[in-house]
Design a protein around this ligand. Sequence first.
Ligand code: PRT
Ligand code: ZN
Length: 287
Amino acid sequence: MKNLKLAIQKKGRLSDKSIQLLRNCGLDIENFQDRLIVSAANFNLDILFLRDDDIPEYVQDNVAHIGIVGENEVLEKGLDVEVVKQLGFGRCSLSLGIPEKSKINSVNDLGNKTIATSYPNILKNYLQENNVKAKVIELSGSVEIAPSLGVADYICDLVSTGNTLKLNKLKKSFKVLDSQAVLIKSKIMDDDPELKILFDKLLGRIGSSLKAKKSKYIMMNIPKNSLARIIEIIPSLKSPTILPLSDKNLLAVHAVISEDKFWEINEDLKMAGASGILSLPIENIIL
Ligand code: PRT
Ligand code: ZN
């Protein structure tokens, strides 16, 4: 059987989380330090380690059948690949950074200004959509120092914590794009039935792993007479499990809920008499 070829970033912000995601899917990946290609021991998968900028092109050309890369790179390169799934890590925004003392009220204030960026295509499209004429200067790195060097009025760069902007006496203004790591695939990959089977299997595992990450397994003890109220409160994935306890007046309730709901319902559960509320991480959910 053939191997599915997956490209991930060799060394950078997405590398560890990409490998972690694959390991969470049960893939046995040996130590890959300084190797260009590694095969999973228990799945027909070869992992290619590449620079993130190159991943969309390798996937377009079907050299790698699939890839994990920032959505920003996919959009900037404008290549013919299919974005299959957002992966929930590597989140950032492509935003306009302006000197701390500057003031911008609307996108029209960018007219006739000079903006430095590593994402000229995305920025030019954004300006065009807003009918604004500005000068775009492409820099491949250290974009944030352009205003202090007098090279540009503003910058348009990826921002996550905002610390880099602050360190360079800049502040965040408009957001041009939200981005995160995405799974991409070549448009001709699934012409091959063997590869399609492997891809569908891997995609299923990725889906289960992402769903599990967003969910919590909760357990609590409740007075028997609060059961109806407690069931009302819990937005369970499936109906909750109810277990008897040695104290005949109490029951144990177990359920799977989405992580963001946990804190929301905590107070209501306590008010309804629940005690000893525990939440545990889940590795995988197969529905
Ligand atoms: O060597 P290679 O070409 O593979 O790596 P790279 O240096 O081009 O990319 P890398 O590892 O920096 O980023 C890979 C991907 O991570 C990007 O394409 C984004 O999809 C995603 N990502 C998420 C980020 C950030 N957050 C981020 N904060 N990429 C870059 N940054 C930079 C930003 O350019 C700025 O310099 O971090 C700085 C700002 O960060 P904060 O936290 O100070 O706001
Ligand atoms: Zn890069």
